[in-house]
Write a protein that binds this ligand. Structure first.
Ligand SMILES: C[S@@+](CC[C@H](N)C(=O)[O-])C[C@H]1O[C@@H](n2cnc3c(N)ncnc32)[C@H](O)[C@@H]1O
Length: 404
């Protein structure tokens, strides 16, 4: 047999011809090549753009899936326990480990009350975006992000519980001290922007001082959680809600009871008003307030290092601040690594960048409360844990140099 004949009858050649034959048959039956492509890749009606990581769709789906995802994790823990020998399971039982897993199950139910309420609020606030029928058309359906839900729940503690007060005082204190220097009667006419506002406590505190304040946040994991506090339907009084925010991480615990401790929130009930508004979008899309030459203050707390392009972020801050306006910053430099952030600058480089862009950073000659300094602090920490993550965060006050 010739080698050409062998090639023509080989399995490889026949296998690669099958899709071509199927395509030709489909064209004969359906007539329109577009219909065939729709069948292969999904029709334009069902092809939907994948929602972004921080979109309202993804956040809402994640809160809605919290119970299931957390239970799946618990099942994995139970399976892992069950794989031990009978003798070891007996010891585990005597130590109370099976009871501990049962307590985790109860704790998931406790946290689910809040997560489910946030998911329901998302549906009523964003009926078009969070549409069950539409979501079911997504292939694959939106996978919930358990860690982002848990992070937002921990922010309730840092921002809105009595337990978080110590952490808040440490980092809000230096910022509010600068703003308190402004005469009370002038404050209402001054505009403050808080980019990356998270669950909004700092922005709300600033508005309570009398400033016109805009809390800007991109992530709907945060925005939906904050809306849960702002809405009269979901939050009517102080300490109305309860979470067990630390129960999902068994590490670094001295006592089992502290792992399952409950934290009630909010310690204060926030509401939006004429002088406290939300901008739920990318900071880069924020423009100067209408009819003005810019914000009077921009306050960044644990924010600038979340930028994927810090140069662009600082330039934008400069562009929307009025000449002579003030930028107050407090935070670390925890860049998104692995080449995701375009630049990962040292403190020295960030300060130099600010100067190059047109800011004057207050130094040792400035009044004490304005001086550039290091603030040792934590971030949504579990106070009872055997581990501490301490930041040597940097605080500075910078003024936008007026152009001549
Ligand atoms: C590390 S967290 C700090 C949150 C808050 N400032 C606090 O201290 O609790 C950074 C926040 O910035 C938000 N963020 C990041 N890039 C943003 C952008 N381009 N526009 C608005 N928010 C952004 C994130 O979603 C996140 O909530």
């Amino acid at each position: 047999m010739s080698s050409f004949h062998v090639l023509l009858t080989s399995d490889y050649v026949l296998a690669s011809l099958i899709p071509l034959i199927l395509l030709m048959l489909s064209l004969l039956i359906l007539g329109n090549p577009r219909d065939v492509l729709d069948i292969i890749f999904g029709s334009a009606r069902t092809r939907t753009t994948v929602p972004g990581h921080f979109s309202v769709q993804r956040a809402a789906a994640s809160y809605a899936q919290y119970t299931q995802l957390a239970r799946d994790e618990l099942s994995a823990m139970r399976k892992s326990y069950g794989r031990m020998s009978w003798a070891h399971r007996r010891i585990g039982y005597d130590l109370g480990y099976t009871k501990k897993l049962a307590r985790l199950e109860q704790s998931i139910e406790t946290n689910a009350v809040v997560a489910d309420a946030i998911a329901r609020l998302a549906k009523s606030d964003f009926p078009e975006e969070v549409d069950d029928a539409q979501s079911s058309l997504l292939r694959p359906p939106i996978a919930g992000d358990l860690s982002r839900v848990r992070e937002s729940l921990k922010h309730f503690v840092r921002d809105w519980s009595s337990e978080g007060r110590g952490e808040r005082d440490k980092i809000f204190g230096p910022i509010l001290a600068v703003l308190k220097e402004v005469q009370s009667e002038k404050r209402a006419s001054l505009r403050v922007l808080v980019p990356g506002a998270g669950l909004g406590r700092l922005a709300w505190e600033i508005s309570e001082l009398g400033f016109h304040t805009t809390a800007n946040e991109l992530s709907f994991f945060m925005n939906l959680a904050f809306r849960f506090l702002l809405s009269e339907t979901t939050t009517q009084r102080a300490d109305q809600h309860v979470l067990q925010p630390y129960s999902s991480w068994f590490s670094h615990q001295r006592m089992t009871d502290t792992l399952f401790r409950s934290v009630s929130f909010p310690d204060m009930v926030p509401r939006l008003s004429e002088h406290f508004i939300l901008a739920e979008r990318d900071f880069m899309s924020i423009t100067r307030p209408e009819g003005s030459d810019g914000f009077d203050f921009i306050v960044t707390l644990f924010f600038i290092d979340t930028s994927l392009n810090a140069i662009e972020t600082l330039q934008h801050m400069h562009a929307i601040l009025r000449p002579g306006g003030t930028w107050i910053n407090l935070g670390p430099l925890l860049w998104t690594g692995g080449g995701q952030a375009a630049v990962e600058l040292s403190l020295e480089e960030v300060v130099r960048l600010a100067q190059m862009i047109g800011f004057d950073v207050a130094d040792d000659r400035a009044p004490q409360h304005m001086r550039h300094r290091t603030v040792e602090c934590e971030y949504t920490a579990d106070k009872a844990a055997m581990m501490k993550w301490l930041y040597q965060a940097e605080f500075w006050v910078a003024t936008k140099r007026p152009t001549r």
